[in-house]
Design a protein around this ligand. Structure first.
Ligand SMILES: Cc1cc2nc3c(=O)[nH]c(=O)nc-3n(C[C@H](O)[C@H](O)[C@H](O)COP(=O)(O)OP(=O)(O)OC[C@H]3O[C@@H](n4cnc5c(N)ncnc54)[C@H](O)[C@@H]3O)c2cc1C
Length: 309
């Protein structure tokens, strides 16, 4: 099995049946089960190797099962779960798996079974149970990084796009307002057209910030805002004090409460890249947010005006 960088991208995500987050004991076992049933699995692990906790278990020898384990040994809100789970997969099933892989073991006190050798053998066994043709393990991939990467790829793949447009906002009252401000910038047709024209037009960015609206109450509830607060805040304008706003385009500050003198030609040249970063600080609090979009090109207009849906 290849252990490589990220395997997930917008092009291949549709070819997967299952994405498992975390290659610990549970993730490795699930990946093996799903892969053996012919499902195409991406197993994503943020650490640099799978099964790290298994390696330290049982003092390095992994107490892999207990002969006497039963439903009474488990605490659960639903005690019936342990009954059905243990009836379907017994300590004898796991011992059979260990023996299939030629791992020698011994019993210590009270039915505890340990590897004679090392817990590394259990990790190797779980990896070997993952069919190479159906399970792809990727380490050093954090779930957040995967989600962010997919969002970036989708934006950069917009019709006729030449540049990814990233807007990072800090200093907002909270993260909800920061995200609203960032979205307003990347969604503005005037800002997107300016990015296409490599025009460091801070006025369009300031205008977009002034039009920012907090997401609808339904969206707020989905990200954990209590229903009452979501109803009060959903769809409202974000209040800003222009004298506290700072804007930087492609690394150059162009506005700091007032226009800042800058070399237009140099900033324009630095915008001629695959990704243009707009940084905004609104000087009100500690909220941060980020949004992705792309430039608005002639090709976008042509492609989207030539067909009807
Ligand atoms: C010192 C020690 C000794 C132990 N000894 C034993 C023993 O002998 N026998 C026994 O049965 N149990 C033992 N345990 C308990 C056992 O190790 C754990 O119950 C078991 O490993 C948990 O497996 P898991 O898959 O549920 O979670 P974990 O092993 O914690 O797996 C979760 C995985 O998800 C990854 N992850 C987390 N967040 C992200 C993210 N955002 N993106 C991508 N990946 C992410 C983590 O890096 C991790 O690899 C021991 C535990 C410890 C700490």
């Amino acid at each position: 099995m290849a252990i490589s960088g990220c395997v997930i991208n917008a092009a291949c995500v549709s070819e997967l049946d299952v994405i498992i987050l975390g290659a610990g004991a549970a993730g490795l076992y699930c990946a093996g089960q799903a892969g053996q049933r012919g499902l195409r699995v991406a197993l994503l692990e943020k650490a640099d190797a799978p099964g790290k906790k298994i390696l330290i278990s049982g003092g390095g020898r992994c107490n892999f099962t207990n002969l006497g384990s039963g439903p009474g040994n488990y605490l659960s809100a639903n005690p019936h779960f342990a009954k059905s789970a243990l009836a379907r997969y017994t300590p004898a099933d796991f011992i059979a798996l260990v023996e299939k892989h030629g791992i020698a073991w011994h019993e210590k006190t009270l039915g505890q079974l340990f590897c004679d050798g090392s817990a590394k053998q259990i990790v190797a066994m779980l990896l070997a149970e993952c069919p190479a043709d159906t399970v792809k393990l990727s380490c050093e991939v954090e779930v957040e990084a995967v989600a962010r990467s997919l969002a970036q790829q989708q934006a950069a793949d917009g019709e006729g796009a030449n540049s990814l447009l990233t807007c990072q906002v800090s200093g907002a009252t909270d993260d909800i307002e920061a995200r609203a401000l960032a979205r307003a910038v990347v969604q503005s047709s005037l800002v997107k057209a300016a990015i296409h024209g490599r025009d460091p037009n801070w006025g369009r960015i300031a205008g977009a910030l002034g039009n920012a609206q907090i997401a609808d109450d339904v969206v707020l509830e989905m990200v954990g805002v209590p229903p009452d607060a979501a109803r009060t805040r959903g769809g409202r304008r974000v209040d800003l004090d222009p004298s506290r706003v700072r804007i930087a385009i492609a690394g150059t500050e162009v506005f700091a409460g007032l226009p800042v003198p800058f070399d237009t030609g140099a900033v324009s040249a630095s915008m001629a890249t695959d990704e243009v970063l707009i940084r905004v600080d609104v000087g009100q609090g500690t909220g941060t947010g980020e949004a992705f979009g792309c430039d608005l090109s002639e090709e976008y207009v042509i492609e989207n005006s030539e067909y009807s849906t």
